[in-house]
Design a protein around this ligand. Structure first.
Ligand code: DC
Length: 219
């Protein structure tokens, strides 16, 4: 069983995907962490994220491993655990840029599907329901008011020790959204059969309970 959860940044995807996976005893697949790991490698090698040719060339030198449990992912790049380095604003922006490069998406597709083959999975990202697992029996597309999304992301960043104004977070989110929605390959769009949930005024538990009702009806 695959549960696909897609939506823009700051809608609460990671929080509810982890809770849902834990409640169901499924694995949690954070596909964004894979794009972030590639971005981390690109920045680490001093490559410009927009340089598609150089990024594609780097992929041949990268070895990526992802370990998943029901509420956690660990990403290793060439044998080093990079999980804790993946959530900085610089990596977020670079991940959005490199994710538009077809070679990157093609490289990460089998990695994601391999994890999906390991058992029942709650997978979250941008194209999980449309491209990675198009035949997933349950798909959700989360949305939320842009102001609410900026506030949520800002609180996360502050809690992680990053400084910066909420206006900056808001502008970064808007830029990332535009890029993720407008790229030619696998843009952020809802799958036709996805159930839409607006999380603006819902708690994580309320969202998870709605999802649980849908998933358990399919089990
Ligand atoms: O979910 P996230 O914020 O960790 O994702 C970081 C970036 O990775 C996001 O801006 C776009 C890209 N991404 C993608 O293109 N496809 C996915 N399935 C997941 C993430």
């Amino acid at each position: 069983m695959i549960v696909a959860i897609d939506g823009p940044a700051g809608v609460g995807k990671s929080t509810v995907a982890k809770l849902l996976a834990s409640r169901l005893g499924f694995l949690y697949l954070d596909t964004g962490a894979l794009y972030r790991a590639v971005a981390w490698g690109v920045l680490r090698h001093g490559i410009e994220p927009t340089d598609a040719e150089a990024v594609a060339g780097l992929l041949t030198k990268l070895s990526l491993q992802m370990e998943v449990t029901s509420n956690d992912v660990t990403v290793s790049m060439n044998g080093t655990d990079v999980t804790k380095d993946l959530r900085t604003p610089a990596v977020s922006a670079a991940a959005s840029v490199v994710s538009a490069i077809p070679a990157v998406r093609a490289w990460l597709l089998p990695v994601q599907r391999q994890i999906g083959n390991k058992g029942s999975v709650v997978a979250e990202g941008r194209d999980v329901g449309t491209k990675v697992f198009p035949s997933a029996p349950v798909k959700f597309f989360l949305e939320a008011d842009p102001t609410v999304r900026a506030q949520r992301r800002h609180h996360e960043l502050v809690a992680a020790g990053h400084r910066g104004a909420i206006e900056q977070t808001s502008a970064e989110l808007a830029g990332r959204d535009d890029r993720d929605r407008s790229r030619a390959m696998a843009p952020l769009i809802p799958a036709e059969d996805a159930q839409h949930i607006d999380t603006s005024s819902l708690s994580a538990d309320e969202v998870v309970n709605r999802m649980l009702a849908v998933v358990t009806a399919k089990l």
